[in-house]
Design a protein around this ligand. Structure first.
Ligand code: NAD
Ligand code: TYD
Length: 351
């Protein structure tokens, strides 16, 4: 791998991945980040990378729905590997406006696969970053494995399932070298504060209500984002083509437990005036329509084949995450105020 086209590198996981690959591995090639900078894409996440790796990090402001532009970028940088993160990623938004999810997650992935097909001769790998939500919802028992049948329930998970099927079809039909990872819920630095963990951290810090859907008994498996990046890099380097790998945190928790743990941790770091526990801020709100009950991952395949397992426990990972959000209050206020959209226009011009 010499020239890796990373899509969605300005978002949460993509930015962490670029920091990991350029900052912590022995990769010596270039990363070309293709990102259209939606509300969730923030070039500030990669400001230190732009400074530290001016020759090896390239940003291209482009929409993956624009096939012609993708073709020009792939030619210009002689792209030999694609790692595909770009997506509309928030379930609640997909319930309100599913259209963008179909465009980016389905059509965008199709376009990238077409680029891979056109460049098949020199292509080393197309890695597709996906979610465990494609498998639908579990009851109280059991785990998703790589052979669990697909049963997506939200427009988001249905669009990701469609993209997984296209990737698999391009392997079977055209022999494109592909790998797919299906990962559980991530948390950590740079996550946009619409997702459960950063939303609760910031609301609890500001002593605002903590909106828990339903009775808070839904279960998610949580993985610290750096562990996900390590897993993706292991698959890209040593995974078998045509295979899918489940990636999980070995860390199932009810939403209510997650929120309580955040409150406890914040109370310890930043004790409240008069000692009022932040748990008092928890507010039960109307449930999400079609809310999946439980996700849990069996990651024994990646563990046995590639020796991967999560390094971080929830206790250590959530503390690091909370500390990151407290230390990066300027990032938070810019993201929340939309100031970074202005900053972005100044850097990259009107889109
Ligand atoms: P995110 O919403 O934080 O970032 C998505 C990025 O994609 C943003 O930078 C955005 O600007 C970019 N983007 C969106 N539409 C685009 C388009 N049409 N063209 C170019 N760029 C576009 O998402 P994330 O949480 O970092 O997720 C990254 C990937 O990982 C997604 O494919 C998601 O399905 C998958 N995933 C996420 C999680 C999770 O917990 N966040 C878990 C498993 C898998
Ligand atoms: P989320 O971070 O949106 O991830 P996903 O829906 O992809 O799992 O939500 C995680 C869980 O937290 C999910 O069960 C919904 C719940 N949730 C709340 O209870 N309150 C909230 O404000 C949000 C955003 C999520």
């Amino acid at each position: 791998m010499k020239n890796i086209l990373v899509t969605g590198g300005s978002g949460f996981i993509g930015a962490n991945f670029i920091h990991y690959v350029l900052g912590e591995t022995d990769f010596s090639g270039r990363i070309i980040n293709v990102d259209v900078l939606t509300y969730a894409g923030n070039p500030e996440n990669l400001q230190s990378i732009e400074k530290d790796f001016p020759e090896r990090y390239i940003f291209e402001n482009a929409d993956i729905c624009d096939l012609e532009k993708l073709r020009l970028i792939a030619e210009k940088y002689d792209v030999d590997t694609i790692c595909h993160f770009a997506a509309e990623s928030h379930v609640d938004r997909s319930i309100v406006s599913p259209g963008a999810f179909i465009q980016t997650n389905v059509i965008g992935t199709f376009n990238l696969l077409e680029i891979a097909r056109e460049r098949q001769d020199g292509l080393k790998l197309f890695h597709h970053v996906s979610t465990d939500e494609v498998f639908g919802s579990l009851g109280d028992e059991g785990f998703f494995t790589e052979t669990t049948s697909y049963k997506p329930n939200s427009p988001y998970s249905a669009s990701k399932a469609s993209s997984d099927h296209l990737v698999r079809a391009y392997y079977k039909t055209y022999g494109i070298p592909v790998t797919i990872s299906n990962c559980s819920n991530n948390y950590g630095p740079f996550q946009f504060p619409e997702k459960l963990i950063p939303l609760m951290v910031l609301n609890a810090q500001a002593r605002k209500p903590l909106p828990v859907y339903g009775d808070g008994s839904n279960v998610r498996d949580w993985l610290y984002v750096r562990d996900h990046c390590v897993a993706i890099w292991a698959i890209m380097n040593r995974g078998r083509h045509g295979e899918t790998y489940n990636v999980g945190g070995d860390n199932e928790m009810k939403n209510l437990e997650v929120v309580r743990e955040i409150c406890r941790c914040l109370d310890e770091i930043l004790p409240a005036d008069g000692g009022a526990p932040r748990e008092e801020l928890i507010t039960f709100v109307k449930d999400r329509p079609g809310h999946d009950w439980r996700y849990a991952i069996d990651f024994s395949k990646i563990n046995q084949e590639l020796g991967w397992r999560p390094a971080e426990s929830f206790t250590t990972g959530i503390r690091k995450t909370i500390e990151w959000y407290l230390e990066n209050d300027q990032w938070v206020s810019r993201v929340k105020s939309g100031e970074y959209q202005q900053w972005m226009k100044e850097q990259y011009g009107e889109q």
